[in-house]
Design a protein. Structure first.
Ligand SMILES: [Zn+2]
Ligand SMILES: [Zn+2]
Length: 181
């Protein structure tokens, strides 16, 4: 698995320092439940780092495309992604009391810690999480996908079968043959 490293050597030099970076990494797939979702293009990560004194703020954008399967017709389709994200990088050595970590754990923004000696922060896991969080629960190849026919299994986007006309509630079949005496 490839990794995504953010270079912080430049911004670490002082408050107000900024750094822009654009990188592309090839991720073969990402695990989603019991399924391996394939990437159809490299993951492009654009980041803008700012040293805000107490932390390094990362404003980023992630672009890629996944090969998903439609929840209705089961056909594979391309799902492009363009997701803005935010991370905070904090110097672990500035946190003295254990309670500092606890207090920060309750914050909602994704926080990563680095040590004084580190010039790179590995955010591979965060990037994968961002991708996973943005995969729809029920992906659709198109908003009006007609899905599969429950009778013949045909893709209703492609073929117009006439199963619906024959589809009758079995209770109604009984009624149809029932004749009053
Ligand atoms: Zn579909
Ligand atoms: Zn049908």
């Amino acid at each position: 698995m490839k990794s995504v490293q953010l270079y912080i050597g430049e911004v670490k030099k002082g408050t107000g320092r900024t750094f822009f970076d654009l990188q592309e990494e090839v991720f073969p797939s990402v695990r989603l439940g019991r399924e391996d979702v394939l990437f159809t293009q490299p993951v492009q990560i654009e980041v803008h780092l700012v040293n805000c004194g107490s932390e390094i703020l990362v404003e980023g954008r992630l672009r890629t495309a996944l090969l998903l399967h439609c929840a209705r017709c089961l056909e594979p389709f391309l799902y492009p992604m363009d997701i803005p994200f935010r991370l905070e990088l904090r110097n672990a050595s500035r946190l003295t009391r254990p309670s500092d970590f606890e207090a920060e754990a309750e914050e909602t923004v994704e926080i990563r810690y680095f040590t004084e000696e580190e010039n790179y922060v590995d955010v591979t896991q965060e990037i994968q999480e961002i991708v996973l969080l943005n995969v729809p629960m029920k992906p659709l190849c198109r908003p009006d996908c007609k899905g599969l026919c429950p009778v013949c299994g045909g893709n209703r986007n492609e073929v117009q079968c006439h199963c619906e006309e024959q589809e009758i509630d079995p209770r109604l079949v009984v009624l149809r043959h029932w004749k009053p005496e």
